[in-house]
Write a protein that binds this ligand. Sequence first.
Ligand code: IPE
Ligand code: IPE
Ligand code: MG
Length: 234
Amino acid sequence: MTNEEFSQLAAKPRHIGIIMDGNGRWAKKRALPRSVGHKFGARTFRAIAEYCIKLDIEVVTFFAFSTENWKRPKEEVDGIMQLFIEYLQDSFNRKGMQNMRVRFLGDRAPLSDEAKALMKNVEQETAEYKNQLNIAINYGSHDELVTAFNKLNGKKAEISAQDISEALYTHGQPDVDLLVRTGGEQRISNFLLWQSAYAELYFTDTLWPDFKEKDLDQALTFFAHRQRRFGAAE
Ligand code: IPE
Ligand code: IPE
Ligand code: MG
């Protein structure tokens, strides 16, 4: 949709979370290795991130790799990490990517030194931008909450909901308004559990490499038609 059409929607999400699922099945349907699915998935990620920038979405979070995804064959994990490094390396050469403040959600300790250095670089280089692009890598909500509780442990007699929000990777950002999952599964898979407490959920059978701007438009239109009550009557 055009920016004008977007601005005319009855309601707009401040924060969109996206579970990019279905790369493996996309490849399987074509008798290709799963790695090819991830490669095309990475292309979709770039295109949709740029579209979110164009629409001036305040925060968008992409789930790239979960704390549970280490269970996959080493070759597949290495391939995903390599795609991540390639994205970091050329993100500055792509104009669209320069206009968002990038933040990485997750425990980066097990990532390679090369990835860690690039991540730091990208975060520093984009620090001045207003709109935010979160990339969840080695991210799991349980891990995030355990880390947050340990950070808060012993610091205060009583911990508030705000203390917890501020100890999460998403500190300072609004909660998720719209959670999109591609690939047909209707589950959260340990993604932004705290932050999605009142998110509108949008599931589509479209496999992530096939997801286009018009598919995000459908999710945005769905969101605009929801009546959010947050527990109140009407
Ligand atoms: C999502 O696609 C990408 C990651 C989890 C890294 P999948 O690889 O899970 O694709 P399917 O679900 O097997 O089709
Ligand atoms: C969720 O997808 C994780 C990412 C998209 C990075 P999975 O494919 O790992 O989720 P499950 O295993 O189907 O729940
Ligand atoms: Mg999957």
